[in-house]
Design a protein around this ligand. Structure first.
Ligand SMILES: N[C@@H](CCC(=O)N[C@@H](CS)C(=O)NCC(=O)O)C(=O)O
Length: 210
C-alpha cells in the first residue's frame, strides 16, 4: 500500500497483481501461480516492483527510497546531500527492520510457534515490541507537519500504512502521540482518498482497540 500510495502521488502508471502474496507457500497456492510468483520474488512476498526494463526490486524500504530518488522533482524524500537525508534513511531502515520484519511471524505465528498457546504469546510479545519501537521513534524524531518537517515524504506513507496493521492504530496513537497527528494527516490527504477507499478502506472499527 505504501508503494501504491507513492506511485499514485508520483502520477506514475503501474499495474498491480497480488499474486506473490496469494501464492505464498503457506497459503492455498496452485503450482502454476506459485511458479509465477517465485519468478518475481523468490520469497513470495509483496511488495515487489517490476521495472519497465524487467529489473525486479523487492523490500518496501528500498522500493520507496528508490522511487523518491528516481523522481526528485516530486520531493518525496530529502535528496542525498540535503539536510534530513540521514534521518530519512535512519527511520526508513528502522521501520523496515525493527517493525515490518516482525510481521513475518505475526501474519502466521505458526511459522515459529510450536502450539496454540505459544502463538498467543508470540502475538502479545511482538505487539509489545512494535509499540516500544513506535515509542522510541516518536521520542526521537523531530517531526513537524510531517515526520521529517514540512514536506510529505515516503516515510510518512510508510508509517501511515504500517501503523494500521495489528496491534492497529489505537495502540499506535497511545505509543506515538506526535506521529499520530502526522498519520491522521496522511489518512486525510485528498490525493490519496480514492486509493485508500479502494485498497484499504476505513471501515468501522479499523483503528482497533487501545
Ligand atoms: N521485508 C519485506 C517484507 C514484505 C512482507 O512481509 N510482505 C508480506 C505482506 S505485508 C507478505 O508478502 N507476506 C507473505 C509471506 O511472507 O509469505 C519488505 O519490507 O517488503
Amino acid at each position: 500500500m505504501a508503494v501504491e500510495a507513492t506511485l499514485s502521488l508520483l502520477g506514475v502508471a503501474y499495474d498491480v497483481t497480488d499474486e506473490p502474496a496469494l501464492a505464498s507457500p503457506l497459503r492455498d497456492a496452485s503450482p502454476l501461480r506459485d511458479q509465477r510468483a517465485a519468478g518475481v520474488n523468490p520469497l513470495h512476498q509483496v511488495p515487489a516492483l517490476v521495472l519497465p526494463d524487467g529489473e525486479i526490486l523487492t523490500e518496501s524500504a528500498a522500493i520507496l527510497i528508490w522511487l523518491a530518488d528516481r523522481y526528485p522533482q516530486e520531493r518525496l524524500a530529502p535528496a542525498p546531500l540535503e539536510r534530513g537525508r540521514a534521518a530519512f534513511l535512519r527511520w526508513m531502515a528502522f521501520v523496515s527492520s525493527q517493525i515490518y520484519a516482525l510481521y513475518w511471524v505475526r501474519d502466521d505465528p505458526a511459522r515459529l510457534a510450536a502450539d496454540e498457546a505459544h502463538k498467543t504469546v508470540i502475538l502479545e510479545r511482538t505487539a509489545e515490541r512494535i509499540s516500544h519501537c513506535w515509542r522510541v521513534m516518536d521520542a526521537q524524531i523531530a517531526s513537524g507537519t510531517y515526520l521529517l518537517g514540512e514536506e510529505l515524504s515516503v516515510l510518512d506513507l510508510y508509517v501511515a500504512v504500517i501503523s494500521r496493521w495489528g496491534p492497529r492504530r489505537r495502540r499506535f496513537y497511545a505509543a506515538a502521540p506526535r506521529m499520530a497527528e502526522v498519520v491522521r494527516r496522511v489518512d486525510a490527504d485528498p490525493r490519496l482518498a480514492a486509493l485508500w477507499a479502494d485498497r484499504f478502506p476505513f471501515v468501522e472499527g479499523w483503528e482497533g482497540e487501545a
